[in-house]
Write a protein that binds this ligand. Structure first.
Ligand code: NAD
Ligand code: MG
Length: 380
């Protein structure tokens, strides 16, 4: 039996992870954590029987504790709950499927406790990659990418015996506004931005995909996971989302991973690495597909992607500023407090005003986040 814990079990990645558990039948779920959806979390507890479940919201945790008092499960709350789930003594793998920088502390704690990390929570690596990657190495813990592009790169590197990567070709769908110009995006509503052409995902990442900030975060994520300089990470728009990313080697060979857009594959690959297991679902039909097309990303319209390259070039705490400003701006857009194009404007403004810290500690990363939030509150 494989034993896993999941941070963010009620979300898009979390529920798909549990679908794999349901299908494969040889994974035991020992701990779950969620934000506030206690109805779904209760269903998951009754189906998967974890020993521990954590809810961010203290009141909701109390209510859940009452609702499941017939079961033998401990209910925790807040950051302490997340940390408890992250280091649960019975689990071997932690699936990090919560959204945002909130994942930093639990991920660090899990690595220190020797858990393998199946990493979906990209914001953690974007802001603290310089801490997490060396720590994982020191603790002998694998970081297994769940993000589809990074899983594709990881799969493309399999069997390469450490051959040097010349270039990562990070594919992007281009999102729902591909081909549009800036002027056409002024009145984009929340509903429009939440319609992704190929993938069904959580709300925050769906907005990030539409602004291409998601691809920016992924460039930074790839830098940390595969130790490739940003100049050698090229974003290629591939609107059908069939090629999930590619690696070019020094001899010019390009290895890619292809498949239907189904997140269960990268999740399952991370859970069973290096083994492949059968997986239900559609297969690529190349006769029906006919063609796969490619484009260069429009970084003038999608400023968010250009700003990611700037953030990583400046380094230090600037990727944290980029990420924190985006997290807050997206929350404000989803709340209909700001306009669509203001998301990138806020990121750019925060990046130009932020104080620089060269090698930020976790405390300094969290301090940077707070400063960015305070600054945004004072201005927007
Ligand atoms: P989601 O919004 O669907 O789910 C988020 C989960 O985190 C939920 O279970 C929620 O309850 C939980 N959560 C939120 N706030 C919490 C808190 N304060 N404490 C505890 N739990 C909390 O998000 P998602 O789309 O599943 O994305 C999760 C992560 O995976 C993100 O970092 C995203 O960028 C990354 N990712 C997602 C996809 C995808 O297809 N959805 C693909 C690649 C990467
Ligand atoms: Mg991705």
């Amino acid at each position: 039996m494989k034993r896993i814990a999941i941070l963010g079990s009620t979300g898009s990645i979390g529920t798909q992870t549990l679908e794999i558990v349901r299908e494969q039948r040889d994974i035991e779920v020992v701990a779950l954590a969620a934000g506030s959806n206690i109805e779904l979390l209760e269903k998951q507890i009754r189906e998967f029987h974890p020993a521990l479940a954590a809810v961010w919201d203290t009141q909701a945790a109390g209510k859940l504790r009452e609702n499941v008092k017939d079961l033998d499960v401990k209910i925790s709350a807040g950051m302490e709950g997340l940390l408890e789930v992250a280091v649960h003594p019975d689990s071997k793998i932690l699936v990090t499927a919560i959204v945002g920088m909130l994942g930093i502390r639990p991920t660090v704690a899990a690595i220190e406790a020797g858990k393998a990390i199946a990493l979906a929570n990209k914001e953690t690596l974007v802001t603290a990659g310089h801490i997490i990657m060396p720590l994982a190495k020191k603790c002998g813990v694998p970081i297994l990418p769940v993000d589809s592009e990074h899983s594709a790169i990881f799969q493309s590197l399999n069997g390469e015996h450490g051959n040097k990567i010349a270039k990562i070709l990070l594919t992007a769908s281009g999102g729902p506004f591909r081909g549009k110009k800036r002027e056409e995006l002024t009145d984009i509503r929340v509903e429009d931005a939440l319609k992704h052409p190929n993938w069904s995902m959580g709300r925050k990442i769906t907005i990030d995909s539409s602004t291409m900030v998601n691809k920016g975060l992924e460039v930074i994520e790839a830098k940390w996971l595969f130790e490739v300089e940003p100049d050698n990470i090229q974003v290629v728009v591939q609107p059908q989302s069939v090629i999930h990313s590619m690696v070019e080697f020094e001899d010019g060979a390009v290895i890619a991973q292809l498949g239907t857009p189904d997140m269960r594959l990268p999740i399952q690959y991370a859970l069973y690495y290096p083994h492949r297991r059968p997986l239900s679902g559609d297969r690529l039909d190349f006769y029906a597909l006919k063609n796969i097309s490619f484009e260069e990303p429009d970084m003038t319209t999608f400023r968010g992607l250009a700003l990611a390259y700037e953030a990583i070039a400046r380094g230090g705490n600037i990727p944290t500023v980029y990420n924190a400003a985006n997290e807050r701006a997206v929350a404000k857009f989803l709340n209909r407090e700001i306009k669509y194009l203001e998301i990138a404007e806020i990121i750019e403004d925060c990046m130009s005003c932020a104080g620089f810290m060269p090698e930020p500690s976790i405390e300094q990363i969290l301090e940077t986040e707070k400063n960015v939030y305070d600054y945004i509150e004072s201005r927007w």
